[in-house]
Design a protein around this ligand. Sequence first.
Ligand SMILES: [Zn+2]
Length: 230
Amino acid sequence: MYDFVMSTFNRLVDVFDNIIDDWMGITQHRARRVFKDYIPPPHCRWCGQTDSIDACCGGERIPWSRLYSLGLYDEPLSSAILKGKFSKWESGLKYLGRMLGNQVKGSVPRGTVVTPVPMPFIRKFTRGIHHSSVIAHALARRAKLPCRMLLWKRNGQTQAGQSETARHHLQLKSMNVLPWAKIEGKHILLVDDVYTTGRTLRVAVKHLRDARARSIRVAVIAVTKMPRKG
Ligand SMILES: [Zn+2]
């Protein structure tokens, strides 16, 4: 009964959306319309690169125990992410967050704490949106999990001309756990928009691990396709 009511309701909302959009001449479609027929493809549970669920990278050198994603960084995900980030398309990001939440729901340990990858305050201020936080909150609500800020980040220093080790050290120092964050013994789900080099995610994971998190999983909207080595 509930399902029937909800599906009828959603259909009505769709019809209504279309009427309003046509009437106002809106060409930027709602996330619900853009992603209506989108089914997240299966992906490697560690790197998200291929559609093989187990035998891809074998989890080698991957510091988290599981990765959730909606697919590769490609259409329609890529434009949705860019629009969310730079045109503050908050409703779109929330929609994607809920799609991720559907994947996460029931598949992580009970009481897992959802936390966004942090953004420097200044950038949050100038951009007017903390995209990973918007995604994390929508995901957590859908998966019925608590969402907390656990990490913070200061504005990055210039990294040009630095050696790889020095750069790594700077990155480690530019992020830290919040003094009041309760991490010890907790299962953590770290949320970001895109997984490219994984550098930021690795730094975040290192801090969470040092703070004695019990397990760490990662959820991203999209994974950038990397050229395969060898
Ligand atoms: Zn893999």
